[in-house]
Design a protein around this ligand. Structure first.
Ligand SMILES: C[S@@+](CC[C@H](N)C(=O)[O-])C[C@H]1O[C@@H](n2cnc3c(N)ncnc32)[C@H](O)[C@@H]1O
Length: 165
């Protein structure tokens, strides 16, 4: 499994719960502080959860725009609230990277915050608000249209399952 944009590492813990094998989950983040925070959280998780070992997760520094992971090596590639802070022009590249590392029949799992109405450009382009996930959201209809277009037309994923929650 591959998870890009690890944050505090909580989703990596959830993925590790199902895999429970050394190095079976890879977490990638471009920010040193986030990798460090995840590592510390894993140490604490190890103390509190008898099933968990920190080495179930391999943390790597890297960029969603250039994943340093072998092509065709991943069963499930996932991201949460990363693609909605990546600028629209870069999204194609970020999805392409996920596509190349997936094995045939692999699965791409994406979840992002969306909004009901468009946000103005001043808010949208404010790097700080964007990084805090406060202004990156795009209207749900555009999100669905754009993601489906990228996925279906560019990379021909076989089946798309969309859930709103
Ligand atoms: C909004 S946080 C979401 C964190 C986590 N996925 C969650 O749901 O709690 C975005 C994360 O993506 C990381 N990130 C931002 N740009 C990135 C990039 N180009 N490549 C890899 N990670 C990136 C940030 O450092 C941060 O940890």
């Amino acid at each position: 499994m591959l998870y890009v944009g690890v944050g505090g590492g909580m989703e990596l813990l959830q993925f590790a719960y199902f895999n429970r094998q050394k190095g079976d989950v890879i977490g990638i983040d471009v920010v040193d502080e986030m990798l460090k925070a995840s590592q510390e959280n894993f140490k604490e998780a190890e103390k509190q959860n008898p099933w968990f070992k920190s080495d179930f997760v391999e943390l790597k520094k890297g960029d969603a725009m250039n994943l340093l992971v072998e092509d065709n090596s991943i069963d499930v590639a996932a991201q949460n609230c990363l693609f909605n802070i990546i600028k629209a022009d870069d999204l194609k590249q970020a999805i392409a990277e996920m596509y190349w590392v997936l094995k045939p029949h692999g699965r791409l799992v994406m979840s992002d915050s969306t909004c009901e109405q468009p946000m103005n450009d001043e808010l949208r382009n404010d790097g700080r608000l964007r990084a805090l996930c406060l202004s990156g959201s795009i209207p749900i209809t555009n999100y669905v249209k754009m993601q489906l277009m990228l996925i279906l037309e560019l990379y021909k994923f076989g089946l798309v399952n969309l859930t709103e929650f």
